[in-house]
Ligand binder design. Structure first.
Ligand code: NI
Length: 278
């Protein structure tokens, strides 16, 4: 029997919390998993970052830097961490995140990929202000959310999330690669100061979670502590529909991050390996 099916959700949100989410574009919960589960996940998380799991295929890279091999990473990220640590797939946090996502977005909510962002002790850099949708294809209408789960207490000092209430109602605002450097995968909102004056910090305990919509402006500060700041991010969403009015995200058209090249080479190698011998 599939082990995933045996884990039942243990968390529900109230109508007041659902209303808060749709008014503000985010919601913070103090617990979606147990302390014991968090401790189990921490060692898995540290292992895949120590291994730089997924680097060759472009799934591990420095989100906040130019990502040369051997360079100290300010904001290491792993896409699809469950591929490298299958035990993450049946964690209680994921089951609860999915159940709450379904309450917030409605029936038909599907898994939309996952990633992990580490802010290393002492030198983890900020994750600049952005809307998640700015990273995605411009041709679709999205109805999705991200669940951000810290594996230690998340504080202002170590880089908890900040949100701009109500910003999910805005269009996607102009973004650019961090610092205007097109080798950097991470994006930043242009003119952030103007759009983020009423931002609120969301410190939460280990194993808690914040939920935010695809258009909600968010940010995480640098890690000023001597402990790593670990976060797992799970995506959920309804089926995306084709947009009627076209739009462009020029910041993605000019991006030339080394991870894209690694991903391309990895895929070519995989294709060659599959090709029948002549
Ligand atoms: Ni984000």
């Amino acid at each position: 029997m599939n082990a995933v099916l045996e884990v039942k959700p243990t968390v529900t949100v109230t109508q007041a919390q659902i209303d808060f989410f749709h008014t503000n574009g985010f919601l913070a919960l103090d617990a979606i998993t147990t302390r014991a589960d968090v401790e189990r996940l921490q060692s898995t998380y540290d292992r895949i970052f120590a291994q730089k799991a997924g680097r060759e295929e472009g799934n591990q890279f420095d989100l906040g830097g130019s990502d040369e091999d051997g360079k100290q990473e300010g904001l290491p990220q792993i896409l699809n961490p469950m591929k490298y640590a299958p035990e993450l797939a049946d964690m209680l946090a994921r089951v609860n995140a999915r159940a709450v996502a379904q309450q917030l977005l409605g029936e038909g909510c599907m898994d939309r990929g996952s990633h992990a962002i580490l802010k290393p002790a002492g030198h983890g850099v900020p994750t600049p202000w952005h809307q998640d949708e700015a990273y995605w294809g411009p041709d679709l209408v999205y109805r999705s959310l991200s669940v951000w789960i810290p594996l230690q207490d998340a504080t202002v000092e170590n880089g908890c999330l900040w949100f701009v209430p109500g910003s999910h109602k805005l269009e996607v605002l102009p973004h650019r690669c961090i610092g205007g450097d097109t080798r950097i995968h991470g994006l930043e909102l242009v003119d952030a100061e103007r759009h983020t004056r009423n931002a609120v910090a969301c410190p939460i305990p280990a194993g808690g979670a914040t939920f935010h919509l695809n258009g909600t402006l968010h940010y995480a500060g640098p890690n000023r502590t001597n402990q790593p700041r670990r976060a797992l991010i799970l995506g959920f969403g309804l089926d995306a529909k084709k947009r009627e009015t076209p739009r462009r995200f020029p910041w993605n058209e000019v991006k030339a991050a080394p991870r894209q090249e690694r991903a391309k080479q990895f895929q070519e190698k995989a294709k060659q390996a599959q090709a029948p011998a002549k």
